[in-house]
Design a protein around this ligand. Sequence first.
Ligand SMILES: Cc1ncc(COP(=O)(O)O)c(C=O)c1O
Length: 477
Amino acid sequence: MPVQLTPRKYKVNFGEFYGIGPNGNLWVEDCDTKELADRFGTPLFIISESQFRYTYRAFRDAFRAQYPDVEILFANKSSNGIAIRHIMNQEGAGGDCFGVNEMYLALLAGTNPKTLVLNGSNKQTEELEMAVQNGLCINIDAMDELDRIDAIAKRFGKVADIGIRLKLDLDPLRDLKGVAMHGPGTLKQQSDSTKWGMSREQTVDIVNRARTMKTVKLKETHFHLSRMSNDPTSFAVMAREMITWSGYLRDKTGWIPPTIDIGGGWTFGKWYGTGPRDQLDDDKAPKATDYARLCCEAIKDEARKLGLPLPKLRLEPGRALSGPAGIAIGQVGAVKVGDKKKWVNMDLSTNHLSWAAVLNWYYHSVPVVGADREPTETVDLVGPLCNSDEVGQHRRMAKLERGDYVAFLDAGGYTESCAARYNAQLLPATVLVSGNRAEIITEREQLKDIAGRFRVPPRLLAGSFAPADEQAAVAAE
Ligand SMILES: Cc1ncc(COP(=O)(O)O)c(C=O)c1O
């Protein structure tokens, strides 16, 4: 029986399971986030289990309504806690794994390996061995990968499932300016300039060689558009080209991909805005239903034109599922007033919301207590790092004072999994909320976790503990 989900009705809803609760504070499901921050400390990541499940189901159903055979593989990299993987398993979602450790975590969580794919442009031997032994589909993205898989499969007496990552032409997107996540230029230029994917000739070569091998089974072609555009018509161009490529492979090799995996990059919008600051996703942003309609129409149309059977459709959404499920909370420290600016310092930093710095990403901010107060001033919300550490610039906020909490919404994707330790900062805890339950799913890091990794060669110990004149002698040795 699937877990029953009942969206909450708050004073103001930020999502189905986030909003301003009856006491004016920010709530997640049936928990007051002020109480969670008091109890678990800050900085803190919070994930709503119901929101995660709800968003997953909405995304899945949007595609299922348009297409006969759809499989959703959650991009584990966007939120890679083992508890999250268990939730995805219960929902019947597969997964996209990147690297040996993500694969290990997914297997540790008991995910059916047949619903997992391994992606990566430089797979290590250990990684290929784990994938072959456990039966994941390996999406080939280097010319020597097939032979390496063949050798490993022979060694283990296994037959490996393989796919091929494509370098789509994306010609119709030649002039489209997108979000500059992969450097400057048009969407096609950005896509062309990344390291990913194999050319047409290379895929023909891989398919022809694979078909002579008893150790591999060709399963799928793969592409990931990434967040270069949020426009569903760009995604439809990509989806159509997957089928065009299938037609090309049929004509050149006789093999028709039974599955196409069209990756991630799907967005979600919020009425208050989220995403890249120069191209925010608001309530006009495309929805899963828009992506599903246009992509599935394009796939069916191209398959009809080329006389191809409809393949199974796989998708690898990450942020679209994890993003709206999570928030990050920081506590206010020093409030500093300058001539032209006011800075609200917090213990939450761009170590935790790294996209704010790296991708100029906007996470909407609200005070945790009195979240419905009218904004009265413009402030920069900054973290404690030794760089400018702007987590939220030019924010209209209600007055904040030392000890207050600030929450950043829609921060469930690529926050914990991208969090850094710069300035020897400790990684935060993550709490999973379900109804009125709140449970730690990632422990807060302690000083020992950082200090414990360092080693001092004994000769340095001897030198630095010696009296000053002897230190110089040790150094000179
Ligand atoms: C191969 C692949 N699939 C899926 C994703 C998920 O992307 P998103 O979180 O934008 O949906 C990524 C992200 O980097 C990826 O590299």
